[in-house]
Design a protein around this ligand. Structure first.
Ligand SMILES: [Zn+2]
Length: 1070
């Protein structure tokens, strides 16, 4: 089934860690994550646009291409045309759509035969310079200065994809040119230094030094192999596929990566990166004839080498006579009190021949029935059993040639492992015997239908979602557009359900899962000695290699190390950089795009309305309820309260009934808490750094529905807000266990983000509160809450009840409510009557007798409490988790409160991130990511690294950054300046879906930022000068000595850094 965005059901490696862009957005805290539950309802009223605009001319033709087939796909309002480049054999899918967010992708089949990561290393390496674009990394030049809305690369288990997207036609063509030259003529094929840098190499500065392994992918995968969850996924996948490409890891096992030779690497390119093995995709409103001639200019030099048949993936046959059982180990902490526990998945290989599109859709409905929401039967049974802390496995995965189903629990007591497996089996057997409820089937079908029709890809380009979906067929030489059609199958599934009911799904469940012997059970157990053993093994291996080297060979290693560092540090010549096509400042849009919002008040409740040209008949709405009367201490319980509102049912509806109501009548409802920084009403300008103690704290109930179901949406809001069943001890225990497990794997796998939150907590009120609710320190708070929920439930329940009473206090609650409505005119009109009823029915008096303070004019009480708790002297801290890599943070106050910053600072920070830090921390240091962040509102600056083999030397690199920046600033060319400005503008202007436009307008109004201030920021960015660079560098240099460190690392990592002179407090986390 086509998924609206990149949902990682398939193991995937990506070239670049994507970063959040600029400030001012509602920051969810605690449990308030975006609900992954899309709900749904009878769909007829999601309006489809017309095809007229798209198909007014016949498909383009070109003498070098055979036109194979052209058709319209009504489901997505597009025309698709497939071509074959006659001479080279390349295939093209060209989609014409009324969408300015244009997408290009080239994809090659690259099934690996070993876990040496060759496909993944090549994915990184082809972006490191090519025939026409001979810079070290054209990819980075594009990151520095293009308007792309997407730029990255993915390695799947059997394919490698290179997608780009842009709203600007000239920019788009530039991106396409660079990517096409990169894949067909990469420098990496002839220059072994690229394989050394991106893959692996042995390093030593001196013949007397110990050898170490370095390489970007090597370290990236060390990070992956440090994470228990990803180890479990990898073992689960491998176990099902003993005989084909899916049994090895295309990302690469660090132990095998170091076996990959340059010659094997280059041969893999020759074998697979050939036009005859390429699938090329265009999408958008650009000219189709130009697509063809541009492609021909790259393809015409190649002749069809017929490499495609060789790259085909063979089916893994379902050969198991009996289910397989394996136990593996993951590295856990050896700290005292560590409570690492085993985890387990049960996995099935579902098909060993092509599945029909009907079966595939029915299977997706079955997956949703089993696991789609917390009230789905398998999800519910497993979580409520309390046998483990959180679900794992993810259910159905169907993006590859063969589909799998995988489910299990983590955080399981050793003695309960058998019970988990037995429960999964008995639950599935029970479903086969008893069937699914009709209401469950309706809710699941409607949920999937809403999601397919709305196809809300958020900030992910729509065309990219379409092509990634097509690849799940096209990669196996099936009709690519078959993945885009769903009407016929959907009607067939509905007809089958009308006739046979639940049997449609239980037959499938029995055949593909319950009676299927090609099944594995994978257990992963914690081993506190494993990390040390692996490090020791690596050290010994390196020592043995060194012992085997002659002095002459060792000198060669030292020479190569030196040479590589020189190459990496060498700047590209201006001539080389000039080959990368770029925009000029004249190509940039100078005005900020504004979206209208109108504010009114009804029944004492403020209402914000965004009327948009079309939202396909869908209403997007949210109700905000103020929580500023809750004390900061009690506020820790708000995430629990909001989760219960969303999931626990009410006095009239059980949790299951409520979930089905949401699924049947809406497109999904979520409840969460947000702390939203707002601008002080008395201010000189938005660019003056502030204390960040002006903020709004609200519970948000958010949902969407088609226009004839807005009444149902509003009644669900009211029921959840006022009548949620808070007497749900089991649910609270489950959610706290899952939150604890999520925090633990988050700190271990995304340490950079936790390190940054911790850094900011030392310098600003909003930073302190972010850490308080969701940072490293919140782990202890969650453990304490779990203890309370398990051992003193009545007290917790009473607290939750009193919280609800407090926020719904009759005398003032309506004063703090804000309703947001986003829709097209007809939808908003249809919602009018249900809305009036809803507002009348809400609790509280329409004429509030007391009011909430205006937090734009006065400090928020949580801010006052936070200030008292904040320490005057920021500490240097190292947080210890089991890991082989580090996440190194350094930062502090770059601007004091009251000082003025401007948009130029963001341009310089971006230049530092994509220039010096990329080169020093990633390219030379071998970390997967190295970057910096600057928040203009709070004046706080931080350096961060991601999956970093270094610790102290990364801090040294940060300390040297200001000088390096100053040196660059003093000789900054006009071209470099323009590049940095263009890149910053690109960050500001993304493509937006209708609901995002409405939401942006609402958020801008909530925060109090004016259109003039937004324009002033943009004007500052556009007017950035060389002097701004110099001033920023000098300021950074003067502030750097007062910065503090915050690092997530291993025990040894911290020890080594302290030995290198970096004093810090060391704190055991896991
Ligand atoms: Zn990678």
């Amino acid at each position: 089934m086509l998924r609206p965005s990149l949902i990682l059901t398939t193991m995937l490696s990506v070239a670049l860690l994507t970063l959040p862009s600029r400030s001012f957005s509602a920051r969810p805290v605690g449990f308030a994550r975006a609900a992954s539950v899309f709900g749904a309802r009878p769909q007829s009223s999601i309006a489809a646009a017309t095809l007229a605009d798209v198909c007014d001319a016949p498909p383009a033709t070109h003498p070098a291409f055979d036109l194979l087939k052209s058709e319209t796909v009504a489901e997505y309002n597009v025309r698709t045309t497939t071509y074959r480049h006659t001479k080279s054999g390349a295939e093209l899918l060209s989609i014409k759509a009324d969408d300015d967010n244009k997408v290009f992708m080239v994809s090659f089949r690259t099934p690996p035969t070993r876990s040496d990561g060759v496909a993944h290393i090549l994915e990184h390496s082809v972006l490191c310079g090519s025939k026409k674009y001979p810079t070290k990394e054209p990819f980075v030049e594009l990151i520095k200065g293009s308007l792309n809305t997407f730029l990255n690369a993915f390695t799947y288990p059997d394919r490698t994809c290179y997608p780009v997207a842009s709203l600007n036609t000239k920019d788009f063509k530039n991106l396409v040119n660079v990517y096409l030259d990169a894949v067909f003529h990469p420098r990496a094929k002839t220059d072994p230094m690229v394989h050394a840098q991106e893959g692996w190499h042995l390093e030593a500065e001196d013949v007397s030094d110990d050898l170490v392994y370095k390489g970007v992918v090597f370290n990236e995968m060390k990070g992956v192999y440090s994470q228990p969850d990803s180890l479990l996924n990898r073992e689960s996948m491998r176990s099902l596929f003993p005989d084909n490409a899916y049994g090895v890891d295309s990302g690469g096992d660090p132990k095998d990566i170091v076996k990959l030779s340059f010659d094997e690497f280059a041969a893999f390119h020759t074998q697979n990166y050939d036009p005859s093995n390429a699938k090329i995709f265009f999408y958008g409103d650009d000219d189709e004839a130009e697509r063809l001639s541009l492609l021909d200019s790259y393809l015409s030099e190649f002749s069809d080498s017929k490499s495609r048949p060789k790259s085909a993936v063979e089916y893994q046959k379902k050969t198991f006579a009996a289910p397989l059982r394996e136990t593996h180990h993951y590295p856990s902490s050896d700290a005292e009190g560590s409570d690492a526990k085993p985890m387990l998945t049960v996995n099935w290989l579902l098909n060993d021949s092509q599945m029909s599109s009907y079966d595939s859709l029915a299977l997706n409905v079955l997956d949703h029935l089993l696991l789609g929401t917390p009230s789905s039967v398998l999800h519910k049974e497993l979580v409520e059993s309390q046998l483990g802390e959180a679900l794992t496995g993810g259910g159905l995965s169907d993006e590859l040639l063969q589909a799998t189903f995988s489910i299990g629990l983590k955080g399981v007591d050793e003695s309960k492992l058998g019970d988990v497996e037995a429960l999964i089996e008995s639950t599935l057997a029970k479903v086969v015997a008893e069937g699914f409820d009709k209401s469950a089937i309706d809710a699941s079908i409607n949920t999937l239908e809403f999601s397919m029709r709305e196809f809300n890809t958020g900030s992910f380009p729509k065309g990219l979602s379409l092509v990634l979906g097509c690849m799940s067929k096209w990669n196996y030489d099936q009709e690519p557009t078959s993945a885009l059609r769903f009407e016929e199958d959907l009607a067939a599934v509905k007809a089958a359900v009308a006739k046979d009911g639940s049997k449609v799904f239980t037959d499938l469940l029995q055949k593909l899962i319950v009676d299927n012997n090609h099944k594995t059970t994978i257990t992963m157990k914690p081993d506190p000695t494993l990390e040390a053993a692996e490090l020791k093994e690596e050290k010994e291996r390196l020592a043995a290699i060194k012992a085997g080297l002659s002095e002459e060979q060792m000198r060669e290693v030292v020479e190569k190390t030196k040479l590589l560092k020189e190459l990496q540090a060498k700047e590209d010549s201006p001539e080389a950089i000039a080959t990368i096509p770029s925009l000029s400042l004249d190509d940039l849009e100078t005005k900020v795009k504004e979206y209208p919002v109108s504010i009114s008040s009804t029944a004492g409740i403020t209402t914000a309305t965004s009327s948009l040209p079309s939202t396909s008949g869908i209403l997007y709405s949210s109700l905000a309820v103020d929580v500023s009367d809750v004390s900061l201490e009690d506020a820790l319980l708000l995430p629990i309260l909001t989760r219960l509102m969303q999931e626990a049912g009410t006095s009239l509806l059980s949790d299951v009934e409520m979930s089905r109501k949401v699924g049947t009548y809406t497109g999904g409802v979520s409840v969460g808490m947000s702390m939203l920084p707002v601008l002080p009403s008395k201010r000189e300008s938005a660019s003056v750094v502030r204390e960040t103690d002006n903020m709004m704290t609200k519970i948000f109930l958010k949902g969407k529905a088609t226009k004839d179901q807005t009444g149902a949406l509003f009644s669900i809001f009211n029921e959840m807000l006022t009548d949620a069943n808070l007497a749900s001890q089991g649910k609270v225990v489950e959610m706290l266990k899952a939150k604890k497990a999520g925090l633990e794997s988050g700190i271990q796998g995304s340490g950079h983000s936790y390190a940054n939150t911790r850094l900011k907590s030392r310098y600003s009120v909003s930073g302190y509160l972010d850490e308080y609710f969701g940072g490293i320190s919140s782990l202890d708070k969650v453990k304490a809450q779990l203890d309370m929920a398990e051992n003193n439930w009545p007290a917790m329940e009473a607290k939750l009840e009193s919280l609800r009473e407090l926020i719904l206090k009759e005398t003032k609650c309506r004063d703090g409510m804000i309703l947001n409505m986003v829709g097209d005119e007809a939808t908003l009109e249809a919602a009018k009557a249900p809305l009036a009823d809803f507002l009348d029915a809400l609790p509280g008096s329409p004429k509030p007798s007391s009011r909430f303070p205006d937090f734009k004019a006065t400090s928020h009480p949580w801010a006052t409490a936070a200030k008292k708790a904040m320490s005057a002297t920021p500490a240097n801290e190292g947080f210890v988790v089991p890991t082989q890599v580090s996440y190194v943070g350094l930062g502090g106050r770059l601007y004091d409160v009251g000082e003025k910053t401007n948009g130029a600072a963001s341009v310089v920070a971006r230049h530092l991130r994509t220039g010096y830090l990329w080169d020093t921390v990633r390219v030379i240091g071998g970390a997967y990511g190295g970057f910096c962040m600057f928040a203009p509102g709070s004046g706080i600056f931080s350096y961060l690294s991601y999956r970093d083999p270094n610790f102290a030397t990364t801090l040294d690199a940060y300390d040297a950054a200001a000088d390096a920046l100053l040196e660059q600033a003093e000789k900054l060319t006009d071209e470099q300046l323009a590049t940095a400005i263009i890149g910053t503008i690109g960050d500001l202007d993304g493509a937006m879906t209708p609901d995002q436009k409405g939401n942006a307008a609402y958020m801008r109004w909530l925060t109090g930022e004016t259109a003039e201030e937004r324009q002033a920021f943009r004007d500052d960015v556009l007017a950035t000068t060389k002097e701004d660079f110099i001033a920023f560098a000098r300021r950074l240099k003067s502030r750097n000595p007062a910065f503090s460190t915050s690092v997530v690392s291993s025990k040894d990592g911290c020890k080594d850094a302290i030995a290198a002179g970096r004093a810090m407090d060391v704190i055991d986390v896991l």
